[in-house]
Design a protein around this ligand. Sequence first.
Ligand code: HEC
Length: 110
Amino acid sequence: MSRLLRILAIVAAALFALLASLQLANAQAPSADAGAGAALHEKDCVACHVRPVGGDGSAMYTRAERRVTSAAKLKAQVAACNTQLGISYFPEEEEHLAAYLNLQYYKFKD
Ligand code: HEC
C-alpha cells in the first residue's frame, strides 16, 4: 500500500512539473503564432497575391511601392484583405498572419 502511495506521489509530482513548465512556456511565448500564420497564409492568401505580382506572391510584400510601412498598417491591411476574402478570421488569426508576415518580410520592431 505505501508503495502505491509513493508511486502516486511521484506521478503527481511529475504531472505538476509538466503543468508548471507548460504554463511557463505559455507565459513566455508571444500570443501571436507565426507558424499558425504561415499555414493560414499559404491556404488563404498566396493564390490571390500571385495573380497581380506573379512568382510565389511574396513580391506583394517586398515591392518598392508597398503599402505597408508600419506594424499598424500591416494589421490594417491583413484585416482589409481578410474582408475581401470573405472568411471571418478570429482576431487571433489575424494576429498570427501579421506576425508571420512581419517575421518573414516586414521586420517592424514594434
Ligand atoms: C481577393 C484577393 C486577395 C486575397 C484573398 C488576399 N489579398 Fe492581400 N492583397 C491583395 C491585393 C490586390 C493587394 C494589393 C493592394 C494594393 O496594392 O492596393 C494586397 C496587398 C496585401 C498586403 C500589403 C502588401 C504591401 O503592399 O505591403 C498585405 C500585407 C496583404 N495583402 C495581406 C494579405 C493576407 C494576410 C491575406 C490572407 C488572409 C490576403 N492578403 C489575401 C489581394 C488579396
